[in-house]
Design a protein around this ligand. Structure first.
Ligand SMILES: [Cu+2]
Length: 680
């Protein structure tokens, strides 16, 4: 009775035609690569369902290996307990689960403690499935059915150190934030659509009573969440007054196209840095590019390298025409790609494995060939599978650093030749280390810790002193919390949060080409954080969009840089002018404007003369959504900018052509001979 009522209330929202089958003692989630339906109980339904409401003692099965025949899951994943009622037994692997390696196996849990459980893939942390184990006797004071999500909830920080986990009242700011995030992430119709100008952004949540801490009842979860977080109108596109140099390539990873279908999402949206409109969509329908995640470019900017995060391939594209040149099958879940400055080799982190693949580039054709796979293990102290996600390469091609998302540490690798080198160090960072950024002289580097809600500052390859203490190569200097001043119950009410906001669940952490700032997209707060590298302190927090994720720096016309920021559950790319007057101070940081990544442009765009969007497939859904990798072209990071063709260099200022002055020449670096030497 109670359950049927809720099924009706939720119908059309997140639960498909099939009811929840509560009498059954088993619920099955299918693990798929389909946006919003990553853990889905209704794989053949028209709409997804990532939430099951079950009786205590129900077995929850997670079926991988392409089981249902409707949706394919090509990638390796984990099924990991992310959130659970604090009284659930933490030492029972049948109730709280994780895997030490990325896999395609089936998993199950049998849940007895009432409350809210959320499961995540640690590789692709937007993959969420929720279960409410509902105590059948919970009701509101007037006897109506209500759903008990638990007195207190525990959020995973680190599996091996349970007292690091974050336990908090379910009736709290953090509780509401996590519920809101769940219902946005798992429901594409709740994503923030910047084509709906003038319409309030109000995600729809289940309009049901929820029992929280101490038996208190939130009478209507939908009303409570909307009143706390939502309701501002979607603004009309604002274009930055100052143009960029070149274009910005964005992985709109969740956009769907006709030739690929929902199991193979992902396009590249190429944004003009002059008109701030999308000018090209690339889906690669023939190759079935599956969740294209991150890009980099060749030195001459003629080829774009594109990873396939839910697949096995790296793609090489022609930058000018957007056409396919090459597919290389390189391993499981290729995540990020960068080039090595001195050899033009290409390195790709295998997020579902232990290493980084190294590819050689044929300078005549621009095509790539496999050279070797470099393990990120320190073989004298091996850990569980490292699962490197977003590595970074040093300015001179001599070093590479990886954030090892599974082993919660970072490998500092030193290249000693074209295909030789060694692991210099492997030091602890924080929970689920996901991305890296290096100073433009490799002096130190930054690792974002997704579940640690922090950035680890790590010493570079030379033993060195920072803040009065000396550090070995790769050793941690400090952690910067991105949830400073945050109280899980009251939020930022105490007034100690930076700009009144929080970061948390951070993703990309590039350092600006001049080495002054680290800018990061934060998923928990839906914010952008700015760290000053001179002091390694958090200076500013700026509002972003749901699932704020990708950041990279590109040249601003006339000097300075923009930071381009993408979000997974919104279809805009923010152009952040983090230092408009270029004085090294971010007090005046401002969102200069944005590009709407949906190519169905709206009425006010009709006079733009480059509205024609060339595309290799017909866009069918999730328009412009899933913003992740972002690649400004030309690539103006120190080390790479000096290699640009003359036509691009001519568009840059003297400072942009050499962002840290002569210091980009390392002591023993014989490769660079001068600013214009490599012009073609
Ligand atoms: Cu995954």
């Amino acid at each position: 009775m109670k359950y049927m009522r809720v099924v009706l209330l939720m119908a059309g929202l997140m639960i498909g035609a099939k009811d929840l089958a509560l009498a059954a003692e088993e619920v099955q989630f299918y693990v798929t690569d389909v946006p919003g339906r990553w853990f889905d109980t209704t794989p053949t339904g028209a709409t997804g369902n990532s939430l099951a409401i079950v009786a205590p003692g129900t077995t929850i099965k997670f079926k991988q290996n392409n089981g249902n025949g409707t949706f394919v899951a090509e990638a390796r994943h984990t099924v990991t307990s992310l959130l659970w009622p604090s009284t659930a037994p933490t030492d029972d692997p049948n109730q709280l689960i994780d895997q030490t390696t990325a896999n395609q196996d089936n998993h199950s849990v049998t849940l007895s403690t009432p409350g809210l459980y959320v499961f995540v893939c640690k590789l692709h942390p937007y993959m969420l499935g929720g279960v409410i184990v509902d105590n059948p006797t919970t009701t509101t004071v007037d006897g109506k059915p209500a759903y008990d999500i638990g007195n207190q909830l525990t959020l995973l920080v680190k599996r091996e150190v349970t007292d690091l986990n974050l336990t908090f009242d379910s009736n709290s700011n953090l509780g509401l934030r996590l519920l809101r995030a769940f219902f946005i992430v798992t429901n594409p119709s709740n994503w923030k659509d910047y084509t709906k100008v003038g319409i309030p952004y109000k995600p729809v949540y289940p309009a049901v009573p929820v029992v929280v801490t101490g038996g208190a009842v939130v009478p209507d979860l939908n009303a409570a969440l909307q009143a706390t977080f939502d309701g501002l109108d979607i603004p009309k596109q604002q274009k930055p007054h100052t143009k960029a140099v070149g274009d910005v390539w964005v992985d709109t990873q969740f956009e769907l196209s006709a030739g690929k279908g929902p199991s193979f999402p992902g396009t590249i949206s190429v944004v003009s840095g002059q008109s701030w409109n999308v000018k090209r969509k690339i889906a690669l329908p023939d190759q079935k590019m599956n969740n294209g995640h991150n890009m980099w470019t060749s030195h001459d900017q003629k080829q774009i390298y594109q990873t396939e995060w839910h697949g096995k391939s790296l793609f090489v594209l022609d930058r000018v025409t957007g056409t396919f040149l090459q597919e290389l099958e390189i391993g499981n879940d290729p995540a990020h790609v960068m080039t090595r400055v001195d050899t033009q080799q290409v390195h790709v982190g295998l997020n579902g494995e232990d290493g980084v693949v190294e590819l050689n580039r044929d300078p005549a054709t621009g095509l790539l060939s496999y050279n070797r796979t470099i393990s990120m293990q320190d073989l004298s102290h091996p850990t569980k599978q490292t699962q490197p996600h977003a590595h970074w390469m040093g300015f001179d091609g001599k070093h590479m650093v990886t954030p090892n998302s599974n082993s919660a540490d970072s490998t500092l690798y030193e290249f000693t030749g074209h295909d030789t080198g060694k692991v210099l160090s492997k030091h602890e960072t924080g929970a689920v280390s996901i991305a890296a950024g290096m100073m433009p002289n490799s002096s130190k580097y930054y690792i974002s810790n997704y579940l640690g809600h922090s950035i680890s500052v790590m010493n570079g390859p030379k033993a060195r002193s920072w803040y009065g203490t000396s550090y070995e190569p790769g050793e941690k200097i400090k952690d910067i919390s991105l949830i400073q001043g945050y109280d899980p119950v009251t939020g930022c009410a105490s007034g100690e949060c930076v700009d009144g906001l929080i970061g948390g669940l951070p993703v990309q952490v590039p350092v600006s080409p001049d080495g002054k700032f680290v800018i990061t997209g934060n998923t928990l707060g839906g914010t952008i954080t700015i760290v000053d590298t001179a002091t390694d302190t958090l200076m500013r927090i700026i509002p972003c969009d749901p699932g704020c994720h990708g950041v990279n720096f590109g040249a601003k016309k006339g000097g300075g840089y923009y930071a381009y920021v993408t979000s997974k559950f919104a279809n805009r790319m923010i152009v952040l002018d983090y230092d408009p007057n270029n004085d090294g101070n971010v007090d005046d940081a401002v969102i200069a404007g944005w590009a709407v990544l949906a190519n169905a442009q709206h009425d006010n765009e009709h006079h733009d003369n480059d509205r024609h969007v060339s595309q290799d497939d017909t866009i069918t859904g999730n328009r412009g959504m899933g913003g992740q990798g972002v690649l400004p072209v030309p690539n103006v990071y120190n080390g790479w900018v000096q290699e640009l063709p003359i036509a691009y260099k001519a568009q840059l200022t003297k400072e942009q052509r050499n962002p840290i002055g002569r210091r980009h020449h390392d002591d023993n670096d014989h490769h660079h001979h001068g600013d214009e030497h490599h012009g073609r």
